[in-house]
Design a protein around this ligand. Structure first.
Ligand SMILES: Nc1ncnc2c1ncn2[C@@H]1O[C@H](COP(=O)(O)OP(=O)(O)OP(=O)(O)O)[C@@H](O)[C@H]1O
Length: 734
């Protein structure tokens, strides 16, 4: 039998040959277009060639990651793209083809005509090793297929960066079934943290684009993520798979572009997300349509003309009852008024003349969504009229607010976005222009947000991705029906699960999963495929030491070249920022549009959704639990962001397992002003330390935003020392 190194050398020859032909193609595509029949055709050719060239894998990437051998003795290499030689012989087959499907789907029980599946490990296009599954052998030992193979484990252990990678080389059979699930469905992909939901959804897009080229072009697909940091994190995957032109946005971008930043109470967010808001807006908009005078007098070129009120009213009623958005029906009224004018001998071009325009504007005023919503929220009377008994007085009070003096100065909240979008749809209509939409982290979306997605779908074909155990915020969900009921109902809904947890190591998942009975009793825990390098570190510290300890741990990981995330609740944010500054560490914050850095990233538990890091430091779990009505779910999210290392730094309980209220009640609440506390029981050393901290802040010129938080922490410390015992965690390390 050939030695392995000889076989690797033979495979390398094939890889080199394929690479030569991929580069030949790149050169050909770069050359000027051949003569075309006309200038338009030449332009098309240039665009086509550029697109093809841009989608080619970069020169340094391996040409293939696998090989399948068929019983018929045919053998195919599987890669990110098909590569042909100059005789049009196939050197590598695209993973999205039926031959590619075999690579992922063949099992010992059902080898699908394969004798062997080979997986290569490479450094660039240089083969380091390969691993074979010989199906005949495996048929005798099916267990071998149950565990993760070496290629998958190798992939999972690779260090992370701020950018998600593709998983084409190691897609698992259960994942592949969802990737190629038929297009004409509303497919819900659910599964625990790190089961590959996001990866599967993105590869599904690539697979669908390849296999439905006749009806699905990249511009027909939209990907919606939960927040900008997530969109940045995933944005390189599809271009890497050769599908660069797919639009990827975060949910807040599905709205007219307005100035954002207004913060609102959870109850207001919840109310604004409800589906009945759509009806309120619709009634308010219809209420803007007016009634004519008993006789409408108009002046054309010095000649008066009178339209009888009842005829104008009939025209308004007909337009009102006709189908279509507000602006389209307004246009119908314009035509009807012009006809009435002409019938009475008025000018032929009446549509465009000021008297008709003025009457039209009075009866059916032009609207823009932001101006309309500002006026509606600013008027208690208008709100009450539009409520039509569907809203209580208290609810209307929550909606009522004084608008900015100028529209351009109006600052809108996140929950206003879908309302503006809904209004824009009611006024101008929305062309449902996407034939397939992927929605990630869909478990948190409000009905109004889901409606914004639904109206952009022209087919009802959607891939909805999420995990109910991670559902938090004003619209936390407990079932998928609560989500799908607000989406188009044209196609069959299928809920499919991913069960194997690829991200989170066993030791970390065992800690996090203790929260599940409390956080999401109905949700089945993921089956974890691998062990981590060590148990989670639990660090119970004094409140004043918390930021310092978290920073120190992050620094240690950084020095070991790990991509680090510090997941920190709002209450601890300022002290962490200060400690990171003071220690002069390179760090980035996800909420400021910055990239996730190759260093330390400070993220809130909400922003952490969908992200992952080599090492994660979770700060003060009790505060995280207190931060959200489903706080245990939020903590579950925070604890499951790591691919290898987890540290929890807490002055309270590092894993609070009581009700959220009990947890929240023991956290000292923020005090605005701190009086010097003369309590003699406060230890001198504590005061010394506080004095030191404050001196350091003054010397370091800490920004004003940090002071409030430090004072709050000071108050908490003093409260604590004056006798309020706080429960301590179970573990201690370092
Ligand atoms: N078949 C696979 N081969 C290699 N890596 C994989 C595979 N499946 C998943 N992964 C990796 O596991 C990690 C988690 O995947 P992903 O982010 O898609 O999970 P998720 O289910 O969306 O998680 P969350 O619920 O936390 O958002 C990623 O690094 C992904 O690349």
């Amino acid at each position: 039998m050939e030695s392995k190194s000889a076989e690797i050398a033979a495979e390398q020859e094939h890889f080199d040959l394929a690479r030569k032909h991929r580069e030949r193609l790149r050169t050909e595509l770069s050359e000027a277009p051949d003569a075309a029949a006309n200038a338009g055709a030449a332009r098309w050719l240039v665009g086509f060639r550029r697109g093809r060239r841009d989608n080619l894998a970069p020169p340094e990437q391996e040409v293939a990651f696998g090989r399948v051998d068929q019983e018929s003795d045919e053998r195919y290499y599987i890669g990110r793209e098909t590569i042909l030689d100059d005789q049009r012989q196939v050197l590598v087959v695209n993973w999205k083809t039926p031959v590619g499907d075999l690579f992922y789907q063949a099992t010992a029980e059902d080898p699908r005509g394969l004798t062997r599946k080979r997986t290569f490990s490479c450094d660039g296009n240089h083969i380091l090793d390969f691993e074979d599954l010989v199906f005949q052998q495996l048929a005798q030992d099916i267990e071998v297929l149950e565990g993760p193979d070496a290629a998958l484990l190798g992939e999972l252990d690779r260090g992370r960066t701020g950018s998600m990678r593709d998983i084409v080389a190691t897609i698992q059979a259960a994942q592949h079934r969802l990737i190629r699930f038929p297009l004409e469905h509303l497919l819900v992909i659910e599964g625990g943290p790190g089961t590959g939901k996001t990866a599967v959804a993105l590869h599904r897009v690539s697979w669908l684009l390849y296999n439905h080229q006749d009806r699905l072009r990249p511009r027909d697909v939209l990907i919606v993520g939960p927040h900008p940091a997530f969109t940045r994190y995933i944005r390189a995957v599809l271009p890497g798979l050769g599908d660069g032109a797919v639009e990827q946005v975060d949910i807040d971008q599905l709205a007219p572009p307005v100035q954002r930043g207004r913060q609102e109470e959870p109850e207001v967010r919840r109310l604004k997300g409800e589906a009945r808001m759509a009806r309120l807006l619709s009634r308010a908009l219809e209420a803007r349509i007016g009634a004519p005078e008993p006789a409408e007098r108009m002046l054309f070129d010095g000649r008066f003309l009178t339209l009888p009120g009842p005829e104008v009213a009939a025209a308004v009623a007909a337009a009102r009852e006709s189908a279509g958005p507000y602006a389209v029906r307004r246009q119908r009224l314009r035509t009807a008024l012009a006809t009435l004018v002409r019938d009475r001998g008025g000018p032929l071009e009446a549509e465009r003349l000021p008297p008709v325009e003025n009457l039209l504007e009075r009866l059916w005023p032009l609207q823009s969504a932001p101006a309309f919503l500002r006026a509606l929220f600013g008027s208690r009377n208008r709100l009450a009229a539009a409520a039509a008994g569907e809203f209580t007085d208290e609810e209307l009070t929550l909606l009522h607010r004084r608008g900015a003096d100028r529209l351009s100065e109006q600052v809108w909240s996140a929950a206003d976005g879908p309302l503006l979008d809904e209004l824009d749809d009611q006024i101008n209509g929305t062309a449902g222009r996407y034939r397939h939409i992927v929605v990630d982290e869909a478990q948190d979306l409000s009905p109004m947000q889901l409606r914004a997605i639904g109206r952009r779908s022209s087919t009802g074909s959607l891939t909805i991705v999420g995990d109910l155990a991670q559902s938090t915020g004003a619209w936390a969900r407990d079932s998928w029906e609560e989500v799908t009921e607000h989406l188009p109902k044209t196609l069959q809904v299928v809920v499919a699960g991913l069960r194997y947890g690829y991200r989170v190591p066993r030791q970390v998942y065992e800690l996090a999963a203790q929260l599940l009975p409390l956080a999401a009793p109905g949700v089945e825990p993921a089956r974890v495929v691998r062990d981590g390098p060590e148990d989670p570190g639990i660090h119970v510290v004094e409140p004043g030491e918390r930021a310092g300890r978290a920073t120190q741990i992050a620094r240690d990981h950084l020095e070991a070249h790990r991509f680090v995330g510090i997941v920190c609740p709002a209450a601890c944010r300022a002290e962490l920022e200060f400690a990171l500054h003071a220690n002069d560490l390179p760090w980035a914050r996800a909420d400021q549009g910055g990239e996730l850095d190759h260093a330390i990233n400070l993220v809130s538990p909400q922003e952490a959704k969908g992200l992952e890091f080599d090492a994660v430091v979770v700060v003060e779990p009790e505060e995280i639990v207190a931060e959200d009505p489903r706080g245990h779910r939020l903590l579950f999210v925070a604890l499951t962001r790591t691919i290898r290392y987890l540290d929890v730094v807490a002055s309270g309980d590092p894993l609070p397992l009581e009700s959220r209220k009990d947890v929240a009640d023991r956290i000292p609440r923020q005090r605005k002003v701190v009086e010097p506390d003369p309590d003699p029981t406060v230890e001198l050393s504590l005061l010394d330390r506080l004095a030191e901290d404050l001196t350091a802040m003054i010397a370091g010129g800490a920004p004003p935003a940090m002071w409030d938080e430090v004072l709050h922490r000071t108050a908490a410390l003093l409260d604590e020392r004056s006798g309020k015992e706080r429960p301590k965690g179970r573990h201690h390390r370092g």
